[in-house]
Design a protein around this ligand. Sequence first.
Ligand SMILES: [Zn+2]
Length: 208
Amino acid sequence: MLVDMHLHEKRFSTDSFISLEEIVEIAKGKGLDAVCITDHDSMELRDFAAAYSKKVNFPIFVGVEYFSLQGDITAWGIDSFPDARIDAQDFIDQVNRAGGFCVSCHPFRNNKRGLEDNLRRVKGLHGVEVLNGSADMEANRTALRYCRELGMKAIGASDAHTTGQVGKYVTWLPEKVTTLPDFVDQLHACHTRPAIWNGSGYDVVDFF
Ligand SMILES: [Zn+2]
């Protein structure tokens, strides 16, 4: 399956201009099998997303983009997250205790919100965004190098805040799943690969 693993929806991400309805329409048009909503320090879209997902018969997995003291981390399969900024390691430990899955977002983007070299220090992180739509290619290639060095899962995601960015980069997974628990299980169990929108479909890549 192909899934965009990092999207911001305007109801709870004040810096986003896209509605869930637009995200799903674009995702379907590009042939995606699911989308993730990872708002900034918010999972408040959960109930609305669950109802809308059912209505349009399209999987929507709500996670969070949590701003730890060392940078942003996306996570799924947790019921709650700290209401204050805490150490990345403490947040990662919480995610692991809940059986969730967590990813370092745009670790080398030049906005001071990536984990950068903390990637080498934290324990228990599962994935790295090696293709993030808001980071430049140099930053993405550095992320890929760290991801390989550390043996983490390679994640692709648009980090879209506007319609044109939705689905720019996505993640390939071997099986199609429709529920969040199955999605988290598969992320833990399977090899993930990033994929790039080429204008008419997706190129699943290992190098770029
Ligand atoms: Zn983001």
